[in-house]
Write a protein that binds this ligand. Structure first.
Ligand code: NAI
Length: 283
């Protein structure tokens, strides 16, 4: 069956971006969050992003309006009854995700694929919360979604080839490049990226250099477009901490222990760009 109706769970940084590119590619989108004000925030960001593209001449005003008109708001998971695929992008927490997937399994039609944008949680465990593990898959977009080309596609233990192929085709229709990976903590992207970010935080914690110096070394010396601390702020420090905890627990190796400074910032509510303060301060 052709995928036409996409439900996106979570209207935050990632969910908003995923909803935007799906709408721009012509899919009908249901954007779900817990509260109306979260939907308001997500849609405002999207409106700004699309207006910027109009300003740059990459999009017409009509195309912008058409994309926004394809998005319907939802605060009820039973709206999944109208979806061909659900892409979950709520917070990085296994309890939250398994609760969502149990409900989606109940409400979504039998043919619907249930995908998660998790950065690091095991797809197989999320799938086991449903009675359709063969239709559960990881669809890991990168931040910012409208800009980054990669989608890591992660098979759970039971994911069928047919489901994999349909998700791969949908990814291409969004003008993204799918890369297939297996279900291990952090997949490939965060297995490699997050320990580097955590080490940069240790470098700051131990007083080896200032935050600006650490970021400059990696930008000017390694040609990274963003320094690791700037990138951590951009990803969200709560998300970084969750991923490090999952790597630490998943591999049982102390090399993945989260830096105490990262924990401290998260406890303080300094979550990075999204809260206005992380390693840096944002207006
Ligand atoms: P965020 O904090 O910006 O947004 C999360 C949204 O989910 C919020 O609007 C929140 O209200 C909503 N939410 C929470 N519980 C919910 C529920 N039960 N039902 C519906 N909505 C709910 O987080 P962000 O950065 O968008 O991350 C979302 C997911 O994407 C996480 O699993 C994260 O690991 C993953 N991810 C994050 C990336 C990043 O760079 N931030 C990159 C790739 C994946």
């Amino acid at each position: 069956m052709k995928i036409q109706k996409v439900m996106v769970i979570g209207a935050g940084q990632m969910g908003g971006g995923i909803a935007q590119i799906c709408a721009q590619a012509g899919y009908d989108v249901l954007l779900n969050d817990l509260q109306e004000d979260s939907l308001d925030r997500g849609l405002t960001v999207m409106e700004k992003n699309l207006s910027r593209q109009v300003g740059k001449g990459k999009l017409t005003t009509e195309e912008k309006e058409a994309a926004l008109n394809r998005i319907i708001r939802s605060t009820n998971l039973d709206d999944a009854s109208g979806a061909d695929i659900v892409i979950e992008a709520a917070v990085e927490n296994m309890t939250v995700k398994t609760e969502i997937f149990k409900k989606l399994d109940k409400f979504a039609p039998a043919h619907a694929i249930l995908a998660t944008n998790t950065s690091s949680l095991p797809i197989t465990e999320i799938a086991a919360a449903t009675k359709r593990p063969e239709k559960v898959i990881g669809m890991h977009f990168m931040n910012p979604v409208p800009v980054m080309k990669l989608v890591e596609i992660i098979r759970g233990l039971a994911t069928t080839n047919e489901v994999y192929t349909r998700v791969e085709e949908m990814t291409k229709s969004l003008n993204k490049t799918p890369v297939e990976v297996n279900d291990f903590p952090g997949f490939v992207s965060n297995r490699v990226l997050m320990p580097m970010i955590n080490e940069a935080i240790y470098t700051l914690f131990e007083g080896v250099a200032s935050k600006e110096a650490i970021d400059d070394v990696m930008k000017l010396g390694m040609n990274h477009p963003l320094g690791p601390l700037e990138l951590a702020d951009f990803i969200g420090l709560d998300t970084c901490l969750s991923i490090m905890e999952i790597l630490h627990e998943g591999f049982g190796d102390s090399k993945y222990r989260p830096c105490p400074l990262l924990r401290k910032y998260v406890k303080a509510g300094w979550l990075g760009k999204k809260t206005g303060r992380g390693f840096y301060i944002y207006e």
